[in-house]
Design a binder for this molecule. Structure first.
Ligand code: CR1
Length: 828
């Protein structure tokens, strides 16, 4: 740290000015200066990407202004802070959101128009950072947005994957993956901090020695070391604070392979360097399914270790003691991906800072809180003891020590052997492995699920024993979404109408939308509402035609199912419904069907056989229906490839119907469900995840409910489920199922969809056949309601105005009050 009195005086006397509400002239001047002198481009050679980069650089300056002002405020208040640890983020494009939050969208548009440039075209240039798989990563980004807006002193830590989630293309109707080179054109939003870099060790062995005071000293002698360097992206809240998303990138430590250099083995030395840089090369594309790969564990430990070293550096920099670390910092574990942090903090406190075990454990347990995001058994992280011991020998010892103390406690409290073995951090049935959810639970002071239902199931199923032991540790925080991005930015037409009627309060308090209640029955308001939806559908229609060649008719019902492809989410139930409509039309029984466009989107994990086959099934059904003049006036089907945040921003505003049809008990929360409703789609859904709460808020009448409840699902399975019997008894269903293997979807190939057919008739683990009839009936109700356009508009309005609860601002307030105990500090 350099002390420079002159600079300090300048900084304190000039006080960084606000970055908000800039004038057209200021924007124009900064933009041109960035173009000429920031990028060194002259008008004759400047490309659209140069214009985008120049504007982004100018905007970044203003965002940093807000960030610097926030830092000053936080320092002054000496506030308690939050570190959010997440292996995934999906921020979406930054530029539009930052303009919105600086309140300069309109002025920027005008400034650019003066220069004969089009803001929309420039916005289109941005390649989004796809550093996550789905809901979990997007939730992390919504939370950063709200933490900034509310003024929570916070920092988001993660991994700077060089290649994010793959780009999805279609080849002959099958998903094909293409690497995501998101950094190819540079990234104007980030600032590298070569001096914020930490070394992370791997492998080797430990030495145990007693020092002169007879205190045990453990020394870890690793066999490799890697450096993590910080890349900072400022995240701006709405007319408010800025915070930092700090992502770590792996680099080799040059000096480490001296031996090879000295032997003249230059190539081997460089090769080793390349290998260690692999750690942050690529995001694992599995959503709720584990790869169990060594490199994945390395990624987790790498980013956790860098982050903890950084947080401790910040703590000590302020002249504080580690004994009260937990009073200054909360560390939120976004799922178990960063849960090795529990062992790492213990190691840092005990081995490096010589703290006594009990005190270190007190600090650790009061520092961490853990959010669980899934009950799916295949997604609950477990690391083989063997692998973890090889990569992190000291951490394995620490985990054993935590476990033995914990199990002793249980024994003292007369827990049964059976319960003790269920609760152990080590699963030693079969190949011994570490249960990361148990480590996170034992090492945290709070554990939360992500919707009321999910938190209840978490307590009664996956973590039941722990909930009985520590009832006060368990809590719920229902997920929320950044309504500024997903309404104000994505749906400017609707946002405008709302603001004209009730002012801007809703931007910072979503529950203010209730003030629109008096318009729900107003015919002219409904008409305006419908016109906006229609325009959004036209916009999406154009995009879909450009991307897929399929032309939809925006006057049709837009029935949309977008999310990761997973059997539990039941995209194939939607397909069965579509085929049932197709067959009805073919049999001349389709007069009640409302003309519908079915839109699907979502990526499948590259190694997930069934999910990939479901995509092929959707595209096959699309080909059949779209090319059949007997039905294609009434039905259209399209699979929109490469669903992303950027695409999502065009999709949600254009939806009439939101498909949230997972088998009850499987979708922890869902957040797409909230984004749809927020944009005026009605939902057809099961009582799963946050659907339950959405239905409560918008009213039963304004939600199309179907299917078994979680309890009924459990009973059905317990009683012995036989899907074949349902198939035998339901003629329509049988016709639909048999169509799958008729060859009509696959140029005569009867085997193509047999794996799906067989799976459903023999196991049907997600009870599609059981819920089929109920779904069909609810969909018939949808089609009936759609015929009354005023009624539909009214229900759409009632959805939007009751979305207050589902802003991520509310979620973050809940975290602040219930878990973090932090006060917010705002700069504006
Ligand atoms: C859940 O499946 C939830 C998000 C965010 C997902 C989804 O229902 O909305 O988390 N879980 O909480 C997940 O990705 C690894 O687990």
């Amino acid at each position: 740290k350099t002390q420079n009195k002159n600079i300090e005086d300048y900084f304190t006397s000039s006080k960084p000015g606000s970055g908000l509400d800039l004038s057209k002239e200021e924007i124009k001047k900064s933009f041109l200066e960035k173009l000429f002198y920031g990028l060194g481009r002259i008008p004759t050679v400047a490309t659209d990407n140069d214009y985008y980069s120049a504007l982004a650089l100018a905007v970044r300056d203003w965002v940093f202004r807000q960030y610097v002002r926030s830092l000053e405020e936080y320092a002054e208040q000496d506030s308690r802070g939050v570190a959010y640890l997440s292996a995934e983020y999906l921020p979406g494009p930054h530029l539009g959101n930052n303009l919105l939050n600086l309140s300069i969208t309109k002025t920027t548009r005008e400034a650019l128009a003066d220069l004969d440039l089009d803001l929309d075209k420039i916005l289109e240039q941005e390649v989004e950072p796809g550093l996550g798989n789905g809901g979990l990563g997007r939730l992390a980004s919504c939370y950063l947005d709200s933490m900034a807006t509310l003024g929570v002193p916070s920092i988001g830590y993660g991994i700077r994957y060089e290649f994010g989630i793959f780009n999805q293309t279609l080849k002959d109707g099958w998903q094909a993956e293409v690497t995501d080179k998101w950094l190819h054109y540079g990234n104007p939003w980030e600032v590298v901090r070569p001096e914020i870099a930490f070394e992370v060790k791997f492998g080797g062995y430990t030495e145990h020695k007693y020092d002169s005071n007879n205190k045990l000293q453990v020394n870890w002698i690793p066999d490799s070391e890697i450096r993590g360097t910080a890349y900072d992206t400022p995240i701006l809240g709405y007319r408010s604070n800025g915070i930092i998303m700090r992502l770590w990138s792996a680099e080799a430590i040059e000096s480490f392979d001296f031996a090879a250099y000295n032997m003249g083995d230059y190539y081997r030395a460089v090769e080793k360097k390349m290998r260690s840089e692999n750690i942050t090369k690529v995001l694992y594309p599995n959503d709720e399914n584990l790869s169990g790969k060594e490199l994945r564990l390395k990624q987790q430990y790498f980013f956790v270790s860098c982050s903890l070293q950084d947080i401790i550096r910040l703590h000590l920099l302020q002249g504080r003691e580690l004994e009260n670390f937990h009073e200054k910092f909360n560390i939120q574990l976004n799922d178990t991906h960063p849960s090795i942090a529990v062992a790492e903090l213990m190691r840092i406190l005990v081995d490096i800072h010589q703290m006594e075990w009990d005190e270190a454990w007190h600090v650790t347990r009061h520092t961490f809180a853990y959010t669980n995001h899934t009950l799916l058994p295949e997604a609950l992280e477990k690391w083989s003891v063997n692998l973890l011991g090889r990569l992190l020998p000291r951490h394995l010892e620490i985990i054993y020590e935590i476990n033995s103390r914990f199990l002793n406690e249980l024994r003292k409290q007369n827990f049964s052997t059976e319960q003790i073995s269920r609760m152990s951090l080590i699963d030693d049935r079969g190949e011994p492995s570490i249960r990361m959810a148990h480590l996170a639970t034992v090492g945290s002071h709070k554990v939360n699920g992500v919707s009321a239902l999910h938190s209840r199931l978490l307590k009664s199923m996956v973590l039941q024993d722990f909930a009985e032991l520590w009832p006060e540790k368990f809590t719920n925080v229902t997920n929320g979404v950044a309504h500024r991005r997903f309404l104000a930015l994505s749906n400017p037409g609707l946002a405008d109408l709302i603001t004209r009627k009730i002012g801007k309060e809703w931007l910072t308090d979503l529950s203010a939308l209730r003030n629109l209640e008096k318009f729900a029955d107003d015919k002219s308001f409904q008409e305006e509402w419908r016109n906006i939806k229609f325009k959004n559908k036209e916009r999406l229609t154009a995009l879909i035609e450009e991307r897929t060649g399929v032309k939809l008719d925006p006057s049709m019902l837009f029935d949309i199912h977008v999310k990761r492809i997973h059997e539990y989410k039941r995209q194939h139930l939607k397909v069965l419904h579509i085929l049932s409509l197709y067959l009805r039309l073919k049999n001349g029984k389709g007069k009640d069907i409302s003309p519908t466009s079915f839109i699907f989107g979502g990526k499948a994990a590259p190694g997930y056989f069934m999910a990939k086959r479901i995509i092929k099934l959707i595209t096959a059904v699309a080909d059949l229906i779209n090319n059949d003049p007997e039905v294609n006036k009434k039905l259209k089907v399209v699979f929109l490839p490469n669903f992303s945040v950027k695409l999502a921003q065009q999709v949600y505003p254009a939806a009439d119907l939101s498909e949230q049809i997972s088998m009850a008990g499987k979708e922890a929360s869902g957040t797409g469900n909230m984004k749809f409703s927020l944009n005026g789609a009605l939902t057809i859904g099961t009582l799963d995840g946050a659907n339950v709460e959405i239905r409560e808020e918008v009213g039963e009448k304004n939600f199309f409910l179907f299917g078994l409840t979680t309890e009924e699902v459990q009973e059905t399975k317990k009683a012995g489920y036989h899907p074949y019997r349902i198939y035998e008894q339901n003629n329509d269903l049988r016709e639909v199922m048999d169509f799958l293997i008729s060859g009509k979807l696959s140029k005569g190939d009867k085997e193509l969809f047999r794996p799906i057919y067989d799976n459903l008739l023999q196991q049907d683990p997600y009870l599609l056949l059981k819920d089929y009839q109920s779904y069909i009936e609810a969909m018939d109700e949808v089609h009936k309601t759609w015929k009354d356009q005023n009624e539909w508009a009214k229900r759409s309005i009632l959805n939007v105005i009751n979305m207050g609860k589902f802003s991520s601002d509310r979620s973050i307030s809940d975290y602040c009050e219930d878990i973090w105990k932090v006060e917010t500090v705002k700069v504006v």
